[in-house]
Design a protein around this ligand. Sequence first.
Ligand code: ADP
Length: 456
Amino acid sequence: MDARPAPASVGYACTMRFEFLRSHEWQVSLGRFVVLLAAAAGLGYALDAPLAAVAIALFVYAIWSLVSLYRMQQWLRSRRRAPPPEDWGVLSDVSEFVYRKLARERSRKRRLVTLLRAFREAAAALPDGVVVLSPGRGILWFNESAARLLGLVAPRDRGALIDPFLPPQAADWIRATPGDPLTDVPSRLDPDLRVSMRLIPYGKAQTLLVVRDITHLARLEQVRRDFVANVSHELRTPLTVLHGYLDMLEPDDAPQWAPMLADLRSQSRRMAQLVEDLLTLSRLEGQPELPDERVPMRPLLSALAREAEALSQGSHHVVAIADTEQDLRGSAQYLHSAFSNLVSNAVRYTPPGGRIELGWTAQGDGAAFSVRDTGQGIPAEHLPRITERFYRVSTSRSRASGGTGLGLSIVKHIMGLHGARLEIESSPGNGSRFSCVFDPRRLLPPGSSEWEAGRA
Ligand code: ADP
């Protein structure tokens, strides 16, 4: 005999099948039905036509059910907020359920609308311009500040493409995947209005364009730049005079002053270097565009290796390795200055006997100029700030080696102007590697024909 218990699902189905009988509405409806049938059967029996009486009762019941259904449909269609009538039996229960659900949805919708309105009002009141962009860069929504900064007009420009409202400098930037912000560009409406822009992706494929008015900041920055440039320029002449007189003095004439004279000379040289570096930085900051020259990399690499040997005076092992024939496009003077800053640092911060390796190598689609040394290295906590002006790991060591603390910020600036990035890998005791990574747009194939013909 099969003594296995009935599967759980069968029990569940049975419970489900008769569960409805516990509901009051079902009990009332079934009760009414049974009473109606019994009354019809009794009456039919008395009149000697029980079947006809039951058939008539069923017909009446069906008509009444249809009328109830019709009334329920009318009630649902009218979207009235009044609760459904209670005399529909089971249908009242269904309607009650729908009614409660609708009421819940309505209150949820009200809450959402209030929240949305609050968000919109907050976004509209933001001092920064905010534009919601569709995946195809169409304008979905913008606030008042965006209208003021970009010259958008509501509702005319909703649905239009954002491109014609952006400054020409932003044309490529907006098409690229959202990444770095675009800092300090003139607004299309008024060139005196300076703005910075940021693209923030959100949702599935939408983007938020945030536009900030930085006119005031840009003006302050200009004042600072002019001040530094003017002070450096003014210091240059007196320093040259001082330097000239110091060079005229002979230590042999007054041997007791000799150590002091050497100190004066080295300090005045340091000051002159500081002034030169500050002037270079302010020239770089005020440089909107670069000369577009071919920079032949192999000869540059050899020249840098010779510089390193001259600086090191034979106390380091210098090697130069090039594994790509490509050249660079940009300012030959600035690129030389940046690379030679890295080379000079490698010599100054690597103890005698160390190895210095200069490289020009393919890296992904682009290429990188790198300087690797076996010097003292830089502790990790200093790396994030190492390219800031006057930031040094050890001030005394930098000064002793003739450093100004401005070298790496000059390098970073020059890289920025060339659309390249400076990568630094370093750890104490293991030396450092400084790489300037250029993307393919800055590279030129060996030989001259294609690019120079294009320029002509
Ligand atoms: P500085 O004129 O002082 O060398 P830089 O801006 O060129 O200024 O460098 C900033 C600091 O970074 C230096 O003071 C030094 O501490 C550190 N540094 C730069 N290059 C190297 C290197 N190759 N090895 C170790 N430390 C370095």
